[in-house]
Design a protein around this ligand. Structure first.
Ligand SMILES: Nc1ncnc2c1ncn2[C@@H]1O[C@H](COP(=O)(O)OP(=O)(O)OP(=O)(O)O)[C@@H](O)[C@H]1O
Ligand SMILES: [Mg+2]
Length: 510
């Protein structure tokens, strides 16, 4: 997912993600501390509960003080009535002030109903009764009325006290609940912090790994490839899917490898051409030279025969001449034939795609046809070929050159591996991948020593010099496999334990 970003952008992303993670952690810690700190919302609520209890227990929430003043008023003489009434007014004012304060505190539920409504109504009616009825009755000296009003006030005071008892119980319950809630909240926050931290660390590690992989892997790949190439292995598979800067590095390495490889192939071809020309001249030199010598001996013989004929033709001279013509012509013929054979082989070395026919064919058909063509040679060498090729293997390739590769390998197995003493040669084929197959030719003959493996594919390398071997068979097969069929060839063998040639080619030739 990061392929389209450059290395710089990836590092920037990593930095931004880390900063964001730390900022998020900071915000959570700050918010938790702000909530539970002294004077924070949780603290305030608990303090409010304590305030509430502290405020309502003594007057003025209780009408106790005002009721005591009312009782004193009843017993007081005229001189003390006014100051007592004044104290009751003060008590009412204090009460109203506190009531307004609590109205603004946003109490709710039963607490609001009991404390701000029921208790308040009773307090209002207490003061209204006290000022509107008790004071005039006392001023008028109406003792009976005053006692009546006083007992009314007593009843109101009792009622309000009951309501306030309930309010105190409610306030205490709320405080306890607030404390539990605060504890739970702090616990929840601690957990949230821990989970958030784990999450952030996880995301951080994930992103870090992704960035590391997307940067480090292509570089390590490139390193591996350059090291392999440096140690001489050119056939390194290079991942072509890497994108971004690292991908570009990998592609650049691949291009260097390809270009260098192409240069080396070119140089090798030039060198091969040079040695081929040298080989060709050397190989042709013998038969052409022999042929030339035979023909020149013939012409020499002819001239001396003509001289002898002018002195009169003797039978013995004629016989001698005929014999030398026969030998000379035979020698010239054989050497010219050898030269012609060599020229045919040379032509095959340069076999290319344009001169070969491409078509769809069944591999087992080509295998059987090749076996048939080789039948006389195999019979002479006392060899049998076991063909193990599935009937279904179909190719879109060059059947002619492929048949020639198979023929060269079977011929070598019979001639060199089994050395004419006979035996079994196996020709088998198996799919290698979805798009390639491997054809194997193996024998249980004398095998090829490991140090000779790199030489057997060279042109003119043969261990049967002067016995019909030109050393071109494997070189031709190699050329066909790599240049026409687009495949590869591998030799597995050790001296004394037979040889196996594996030819791996694409089902559809390039
Ligand atoms: N199956 C095999 N077992 C043992 N040696 C082998 C086998 N195949 C090839 N060789 C060795 O590899 C050499 C090169 O083989 P190549 O086919 O190129 O040339 P050649 O068979 O000698 O000559 P040509 O094929 O041109 O007639 C052979 O001379 C032989 O020594
Ligand atoms: Mg050969």
């Amino acid at each position: 997912m990061l392929e389209h970003l450059s290395i710089q952008q990836r590092f920037r992303l990593l930095l931004v993600v880390s900063l964001a993670c730390f900022a998020l952690c900071g915000v959570i810690v700050f918010r938790t501390l702000a909530e539970i700190r002294v004077n924070g919302p949780i603290y305030e609520r608990i303090m409010q509960g304590q305030d509430l209890v502290a405020d309502i227990l003594p007057p003025p929430a209780y009408l106790m003080e005002s009721y005591l003043i009312a009782l004193q008023l009843n017993d007081a003489d005229a001189a003390h009535t006014a100051p007592l009434l004044q104290r009751m007014r003060m008590a009412e004012q204090t009460y109203q002030q506190r009531h307004r304060y609590w109205l603004a505190q946003g109490l709710s539920g039963e607490l609001e109903e009991k404390f701000l409504k029921q208790s308040h109504q009773l307090a209002e009616s207490f003061y209204a009764t006290a000022f509107a009825q008790l004071a005039p009755a006392l001023q008028a000296g109406d003792d009976a009325a005053a006692r009546r009003v006083l007992s009314q006030l007593g009843a109101i005071y009792e009622q309000q006290r009951l309501v306030i008892d309930r309010v105190v119980a409610l306030a205490r319950a709320r405080m306890a609940a607030d404390e539990v809630a605060a504890r739970e909240r702090i616990q929840l926050m601690a957990w949230t912090l821990a989970v958030m931290f784990a999450l952030i660390v996880g995301v951080f590690i994930l992103i870090f790994n992704t960035v590391r992989r997307s940067i480090a892997d292509p570089i390590l790949d490139a390193l591996k490839i350059t090291q392999s190439v440096a140690s001489g292995d050119w056939n390194q598979q290079i991942r072509a899917d890497a994108r971004g800067d690292a991908g570009r590095l990998l592609h650049a390495v691949r291009d260097i490898v390809k270009n260098t490889q192409a240069e080396i192939v070119k140089a090798e071809k030039m060198a091969a051409l040079g040695s081929l020309v040298a080989g060709v001249s050397h190989e042709l030199n013998t038969p052409v030279g022999n042929g030339l010598m035979a023909v020149s001996t013939l012409s020499e013989d002819l001239r001396s025969f003509r001289g002898k004929m002018q002195q009169g033709l003797k039978r013995s001279v004629l016989d001698e001449f005929l014999h030398s013509v026969e030998t000379g012509a035979d020698l010239a013929m054989r050497n010219l034939q050898r030269a012609a054979e060599l020229v045919t082989s040379f032509k095959q070395v340069a076999a290319d795609r344009t001169s070969s026919q491409r078509r769809r064919f069944l591999l087992h058909q080509v295998a059987h046809e090749t076996q048939l063509t080789l039948h006389p040679m195999l019979k002479r060498a006392n060899c049998t070929v076991v063909v193990d090729v599935p009937q279904t293997l179909q190719l879109d390739s060059f059947p002619g050159p492929l048949g020639q590769v198979i023929a060269n390998l079977i011929e070598n197995a019979a001639r060199h591996g089994l050395e004419g003493s006979g035996g079994v040669i196996t020709l088998s084929a198996r799919p290698a991948t979805d798009t390639t197959l491997t054809i194997s030719v193996s024998d249980r003959g004398k095998g090829i020593a490991a140090e000779l493996h790199q030489h057997v594919f060279e042109p003119f390398y043969t261990t049967r010099l002067g016995q019909g071997g030109s050393g071109l068979g494997l070189h031709i097969a190699h050329n066909i496999v790599y240049q026409i069929l687009g495949g590869s060839m591998e030799l597995t063998s050790a001296a004394g334990s037979g040889a196996r040639f594996d030819v791996t080619i694409p089902l559809i030739a390039p």
